[in-house]
Design a protein around this ligand. Sequence first.
Ligand code: ZN
Length: 202
Amino acid sequence: MFESQPSRDPGSQRVTRRIFLSTGIAAVGAALLSLRHPHHALADEEPSHPGEPVVIVLFSDDGKRLRKVTMPKVVKSTSEWQKQLPPNVYDIARLADTEVAYSGSLWNQHKRGLYRCICCDTALFNSDTKFESGTGWPSFWAPIAKENVAEQHDTTLGMVRTAVSCRLCDAHLGHVFTDGPHPTGLRYCMNSASLRFAPHSA
Ligand SMILES: [Zn+2]
């Protein structure tokens, strides 16, 4: 995700192994990351940089589809995301936590507008596709553009689900289920915390 061609230099791998053995369990996460980033012992602290290019669709706040663009993925370090986001939002958007049902600010939001990524402002959902699911989470039957979201097989918590994330910055948004309404039969069950509501101006 960060580097397409990780170094295979045997010297740096030896260093990585030494670090791994000498820093104990507390550093296991950092050491594992350093295996993918042989030249950065603290890869987690690598500052923001452009990632691999992705295609997304830009929308104005009044819901007008503007154009497709190719943009580098937004990649930031843990500390940069923690500075940008409140702790509860960070836990949900960057660590794939789930907000408590009915606790978010958007499940009962029925104004016309766009729902954008809280991390990178990519347009994700339009109020036209929002419906009352009775779940306590904002629910939509389609994303605003299929290009703007990514879906991954998710087997955490002993369940088989499809996780949904922002294409541009990989923010965790929620999950999609197949018990939604017409016309798609899909239910995008999102976390309010991962979304920013931008009301239509008119
Ligand atoms: Zn995003």
